[in-house]
Design a binder for this molecule. Structure first.
Ligand code: SF4
Length: 375
């Protein structure tokens, strides 16, 4: 079933794909596939793919939401940093509503109480704001995966070129591969294949996911983000699983090349080194984050301000850590839809526009079956 780009978008072909997937999965234990990208999580929920493909396929959400995997201790440290006089925190909007260890204590709340917090849509906006306001220190919160790392690297190169002394980056960026390896080392994880994030692969290259079939014997498909992309990718995963021939396939060829984006990768390598990082739900994982290279020390907010993440703790009752490991469906959290809603979220998975709990709340079918199948 080799679909052209236009064909997989046709509704009748989507129905045929769903039928073909059912033919490959059959009764018995469902095929368990994990997506590791918040954009996939939202697209799956919005299109109702979880319900469409159950019971033969179980779609699990992994640690794919960048805001959600930022641990409570790091947020606590950021909140403490926001109290410093003369310092402005610049951040993407999603992070502003993420609580640390105390329910409701967020950058947004601190801003209402008088802290200087600036919402930006790109790191270069923060660089410009710092250049226009030399009397204050601007700290950009660098969060995200390989997708946002090049933009953060570019703003550090710009700040260094301009010799901006009042700009720095607090680097909370994450790397996907070490986290996937840590996830796969967990004894309770039962996954038959991975939907790999197309936009991460656009930077790293599809080949960055080859370790999944070669070292773990798991099929992997780099997927785009339309419902048709995801259905087609699930079919390709189901086909490899049924044939017991795990491999790496690239469904998102209209954007992703085998070696990714060389310019973006070069910018990241120029500025960052791999470093240990703490993930919500997964703990500290070697080489799963980025640290600024020594020559960029003047723009490293962690050094400049003695950033100290706290030990961090989940808000009592919140199961975000387990949700991020694919070990708990959002609806299986006792707080889901009761004490925790998008209007009054308890944990980051309900805060973020890419969080699994927010996706399940906004689009999921409110049934036990949805909970049993990852919804
Ligand atoms: Fe955390 Fe709320 Fe999700 Fe429960 S429903 S895991 S409290 S975000």
């Amino acid at each position: 079933m080799p679909w052209s780009e236009r064909e997989f978008r046709r509704p009748r072909n989507a129905a045929a794909l769903a039928e073909a997937i059912r033919g490959l999965t059959g009764p018995g234990r469902p095929l368990r596939l994990m997506e590791i990208c918040g954009t996939h999580t939202m697209a799956i929920a919005k299109a109702g793919l979880r319900e469409l493909l159950a019971p033969g396929v179980q779609l699990l959400s992994g640690p794919g939401c960048p805001v959600c995997v930022t641990p409570a201790g790091a947020i606590d440290g950021v909140l403490a940093l926001s109290e410093r006089p003369g310092l402005v925190i610049a951040s993407y909007g999603d992070l502003l509503r993420v609580p640390g260890s105390v329910r409701g204590d967020t950058l947004l709340r601190r801003k209402a109480l008088g802290a200087a917090v600036l919402t930006v849509y790109s790191p270069l906006e923060a660089v410009e704001a710092a250049a226009q306001d030399p009397g204050r220190d601007y700290v950009f919160l660098g969060v995200g995966f390989e997708t946002t790392a090049p933009g953060t690297a570019a703003c550090l190169l710009e700040a260094a070129a301009r010799g901006l002394a009042n700009f720095s980056v607090l680097c909370l960026l994450k790397r996907t591969e070490p986290a996937l390896r840590a996830l796969l080392a967990a004894p309770d994880l039962a996954v038959d294949g991975f939907l790999c994030p197309g936009h991460v692969a656009a930077v790293t290259g599809a080949e960055a996911f080859r370790f999944l079939p070669e070292e773990y014997g798991l099929p992997a498909v780099v997927s785009g983000f339309e419902a048709g992309d995801i259905l087609y990718s699930v079919w390709r995963l189901a086909r490899m699983h049924a044939a017991r021939r795990p491999g790496l396939e690239n469904e998102y060829t209209r954007l992703v090349r085998p070696q990714g984006n060389p310019a973006a990768r070069a910018a990241v390598d120029r500025v960052f080194l791999p470093a240990a990082s703490v993930w919500r739900g997964l703990g500290e994982i070697p080489a799963s984050g980025y640290a600024l290279r020594p020559e960029f020390a003047p723009w490293d907010a962690a050094r400049k301000f003695g950033f100290a993440p706290g030990p961090g703790a989940e808000v009592p009752g919140c199961r975000c850590g387990a949700v991020l490991r694919g070990a708990c469906a959002p609806r299986a959290c006792p707080l889901f839809g009761r004490a925790c809603t998008p209007a009054d979220p308890v944990g980051p998975c309900m805060v973020s526009a890419e969080g699994a709990c927010a996706a399940a709340y906004q689009y999921g079918a409110p049934t036990e079956a949805a909970a049993a199948h990852g919804g």
